[in-house]
Design a protein around this ligand. Structure first.
Ligand code: PEP
Ligand code: MG
Length: 323
């Protein structure tokens, strides 16, 4: 697939009507790094850090993590990398952590909730990230923020670690971006301060969709019932894009749907200008965006909505066939 799109790999992604869309890749393993140059990704929109924790039988050491994060930054050769702090719990259970007996793990003690309650691991991870950056830019995002205070508290921990690194005489990152993942519907309606305080927002579409439709993303029976191009979900995306625009907060979408060409096209039509996906999807997504007119797609979506359709997919597919 990579070969098929080789001719557009180094082209910047601008739609036929002139909208620039940033295409980033998701990563989490060292084995993903060679895909950065080969896919044409402009950076890593989501680096999932939990894999290093999941594949060991004890908590990794700080020095080991710092070396690993430095390798990721080296491989990116100056391209941006958004490191997401540990997102465990729910489907991702650490073999060395006491398993919580929770009736609804996806709604349970996970991600930033664990990070804020059990500070040791998050502190160690933040220290490792700061040490890996060593005079380079650093971008960190916190997963599963469901209310403003969680973001502020997580950021305060990071500030504390920066302070500590400084007092120890360590070299600080050249610059720091602190973002939040938006993966609960609550944050689309959060106080304006959330969007003002976050340096950037990354929409975690997998979780956002699961909570929006109350449909378990792991449950084959229900997960495909609700179309991403459902007008309700597109309205939610539109709402988030609008909130971010009010405060000039950069926003990206990093769930699996960003890597599906028709979904990516509709997200761009709803105003998203940055998408992060698995590396193999960058070619196909760029291919459709390069030859698409977002204003036309937007009009098709608006028409289907006004006609009272539940999903805009048939209308968009028909438009794509006939154009
Ligand atoms: C998401 O929820 O969309 C996301 C990108 O994070 P993860 O799939 O790791 O939960
Ligand atoms: Mg998620």
């Amino acid at each position: 697939a990579q070969k098929r799109y080789a001719s557009i790999r180094d082209r910047s992604c601008v739609t036929a009507d002139g909208h620039r869309i940033e295409l980033l890749m998701n990563a989490g393993l060292m084995a993903d790094l060679p895909s950065l140059p080969s896919s044409g990704a402009e950076g890593v929109g989501l680096f999932r850090t939990e894999l290093q924790f999941l594949t060991r039988n004890k908590v990794p050491r700080r020095a080991e993590l710092a070396a690993l994060y430095a390798t990721v930054m080296d491989a990116a050769q100056g391209k941006p990398v958004n490191f997401r702090t540990l997102d465990i719990g729910s489907d991702k259970v650490l073999p060395y952590m006491k398993k919580q007996d929770e009736p609804n793990p996806a709604l349970g003690w996970r991600a930033i909730r664990v990070g804020l309650d059990k500070r040791g691991v998050m502190r160690m991870q933040l220290q490792a990230l700061l040490r890996a950056a060593q005079g380079r830019p650093l971008s960190i995002m916190f997963p599963f923020i469901a209310q403003l205070e969680e973001f502020l508290a997580a950021r305060a921990h990071l500030y504390r670690e920066i302070h500590r690194e400084k007092s120890l005489g360590h070299v600080l990152p050249e610059s720091l971006r602190i973002g939040a993942m938006l993966e609960t519907p609550s944050m689309a309606f959060s106080p304006r301060k959330f969007f003002e305080e976050a340096d950037f927002i990354s929409i975690g579409g997998n979780d956002l969709k699961q909570f929006f439709f109350a449909a378990d993303r792991e449950n084959e029976r229900v997960r495909r019932r609700y179309d991403t191009l459902n007008v309700s979900f597109l309205s939610l995306i539109e709402q988030i894009v609008g909130r971010c625009a009010e405060t000039n907060t950069p926003v990206s979408f990093c769930g699996e749907d960003a890597g599906r060409p028709v979904e990516a096209l509709c997200f761009a039509a709803m105003g998203l200008r940055s998408l992060s996906m698995r590396p193999a999807s960058i070619g196909p997504v760029k291919h459709i965006l390069l030859r698409s007119n977002l204003a036309e797609v937007k009009a098709v979506i608006a028409e289907a909505r006004e006609a009272g359709e539940q999903t805009v997919r048939p209308a968009v597919m028909e438009y794509l066939r006939n154009r």
